[in-house]
Design a protein around this ligand. Sequence first.
Ligand code: AMP
Length: 254
Amino acid sequence: MTKVIKNISEWKVIRNSEDLKNKTIGFVPTMGALHKGHASLIERCLKENDISVVSIFVNPTQFNDPDDLRNYPRTFENDFKLLETMNVDYLFYPEYGEIYSDNYRYKIVETDFSKKLCGAFRPGHFEGVLTVVMKLFNIVRPHKAYFGEKDYQQLKLIEGMCKAFFMDIEIVPCPIVRDEDGLALSSRNLLLTDEERKIAVNFPELLKSKKSANQIKEELEKLGFKVDYIEDIEGRRFGAVHIGKVRLIDNVEL
Ligand code: AMP
């Protein structure tokens, strides 16, 4: 049975109880619309910890585009069933006011890498991400937390935040899970039309090709993608594109 926790006060009682004393706590933060990518993080978390906590919170402060926030897929019933089947111990499922009692007056800001790649195209995005992750870490107080390499820039920024603030949490990176045709699984894939889904496969294919970043950008644009960036940084190629109304990101090791 997965226990749903909506209030911080309720979780605090459990977190401080004898039951959890001397147990290792693993944590997987998500925005829901769970797929096999999320499941791979959760599986690893279950394997490596006594107690597993998953959170579902569509964090408004990390959305720079109100339409993106409005349209973000929400599939709570299915998500909950998956967590139950996987034997996750706790689902933390808070409302906005529970997390942002300060009305987002306080923020975590990184001034360098967060301004590049996705940060250059989504103003305020990583402030929202880092702030919510800091809040969730302080609430859940996990020993280990699991993040996907699909959001590689996010992963690196969270690792950096933990180091900068001497946070005693091990960040565990998890490999990207892809569909059979190579498209990285993403909650936003649910929003692609059949036609867009077929075109989408060109994105990972070109990204991992031997072509230069500029060539890839040109070819994607010819195929009808709107390209935010294709950029090589420290042996890794990062990309973000739009197909219709959907924004997709991916990265590959060079
Ligand atoms: P999200 O719900 O999109 O915020 O993602 C929650 C966590 O799942 C993040 O750490 C993501 O990097 C990770 N994740 C999302 N998609 C994938 C994927 N295809 N493979 C591996 N991890 C993923």
